[in-house]
Ligand binder design. Structure first.
Ligand SMILES: Cc1ncc(COP(=O)(O)O)c(C=O)c1O
Length: 393
């Protein structure tokens, strides 16, 4: 028989990292163990306080049963309490919070609740792929807006045509921004939310990196401007090195959360309750988060200095796990990434254009950059800095 795959699957772009994966494999064959700054998956173990809470919860919930579709009330209360402590924002756990299976699931599925075929969604480029993939699966249309350095890697709202603004249903933003590392202040969100409300666009704020910041002031949330027309997605993945647990949530305007919950009851059966317990324990502990930030800061400083010493433009992220490094003049991002993969250097970084899309004006704002994910240990980052010193640009 024929197996006929849906167009939405066949139309998806090929796996962008294939070229890199092949290079890494050939380095390994040549006996070089690469230092991998390619993937944004924390390499530190999940903190003991979280692992213990999970182990205890498995026994305490021996009679398991299906979890709640929207998250147990205790978990939603913890999210609300954390949101209050962290952002001084009150949200109602009864109506304004829904658990997600990590934030990726919520981000990908979100469009299904709000996008009818042909509806427009505004998406940053570079940006996290599920914003666009979720839109396409819901048969919506994507409008990629650029995050350009000359605009501080922020959306240029004045460059979005008024017919596009009128037609758009959702606008995705992600600050602290992956991959540029930018952390704008409250005035940014005030301006942005003013614009999205005026245009009746839902502001979907991906705040997955809200706790990975290096300045003295923790970055704000879109919810600091109020919840009307706003939904935030957050997760324990980066804050508490819990990528494996799949624990996240959506919070915001009760009308948005109600539709999202209705959608979710039709998709999955909720986050496992012992995972929610582990997530609640994580939210109640800030010590490990502060330690994590210090560790990322140490790795960031070593690598940023090393890259500047070899003649590259200094690029110091204010937050997230990434360094968004401009490549030397005259080189493409792929040329530069390949140079780093020379067996004498053995460093893996991601060419920017692999994680970005061409924008409406035809340019790819990530073409001249590579991304370093600060996931290798301090020892490995130090070794990478030594190897880099053989280069000069
Ligand atoms: C910008 C951004 N948002 C969201 C996520 C989703 O993370 P998770 O599904 O683990 O919560 C990631 C993961 O890498 C990310 O980089």
């Amino acid at each position: 028989m024929d197996i006929r795959v849906a167009k939405r699957i066949t139309a998806l772009p090929a796996y962008a990292f294939q070229v890199l994966d092949e290079k890494v494999a050939s380095l390994r064959r040549a006996g070089v163990e690469p230092i991998d700054f390619g993937v944004g998956d924390p390499s530190t173990p999940t903190p003991p306080v979280v692992r213990r809470a999970c182990q205890e919860a498995i026994d305490a919930r021996a009679q398991a049963g299906y979890p709640s579709y929207i998250g147990a009330l205790e978990f939603r209360e913890q999210v609300a309490e954390w949101t209050k402590r962290r952002f001084a924002v009150e949200i109602d756990p009864q109506t304004q919070v829904s658990s997600t299976l990590g934030s990726k699931e919520g981000i990908f599925n979100f469009a299904e609740a709000f996008v009818d075929p042909g509806d427009l969604v505004l998406i940053p480029s570079p940006g996290y792929p599920p914003y666009s993939r979720g839109t396409w699966f819901a048969e919506g249309k994507t409008y990629f807006y650029p995050l350009d350095e000359r605009n501080g890697f922020l959306p240029d709202l004045s460059a979005i045509p008024s017919d596009v603004a009128r037609a758009a249903k959702i606008m995705w933003v992600n600050y602290p921004n992956s991959p540029t590392g930018v952390c704008p202040g409250l005035d940014f969100f005030e301006q942005l939310v003013g614009w999205t409300r005026k245009n009746h666009i839902i502001l979907a704020s991906d705040e997955a990196y809200s706790e990975i910041y290096f300045g003295d002031e923790p970055p704000p949330s879109a919810l600091n401007v109020g919840d009307e027309g706003v939904v935030v997605f957050n997760s324990l993945s980066k804050r508490s090195a819990m990528t494996c647990y799949r624990a996240g949530w959506a919070a915001g305007d009760p009308r948005i959360i109600a539709a999202f919950r209705k959608l979710k009851t039709n998709i999955d059966s909720g986050t496992p309750t012992f995972i929610q317990d582990a997530a609640a324990a994580a939210l109640n502990d800030e010590t490990h988060v502060a330690q994590m930030r210090e560790e990322y800061r140490e790795r960031r400083d070593i690598l940023v200095d090393a890259l500047a010493r070899v003649g590259l433009r200094r690029s110091t992220p204010e937050g997230t796990l990434y360094i968004w490094q401009a490549v030397p003049e005259g080189m493409t991002a792929l040329d530069f990434a390949e140079k780093l993969m020379d067996p004498a250097i053995g460093i893996v970084a991601t060419p920017g254009d692999l994680i970005a899309e061409e924008c409406a004006d035809g340019h790819n704002p990530a073409a001249g950059y590579v991304r370093f994910a600060l996931t290798p240990s301090v020892e490995q980052v130090t070794l990478a800095a030594q190897r880099l010193s053989q280069l000069q640009f």
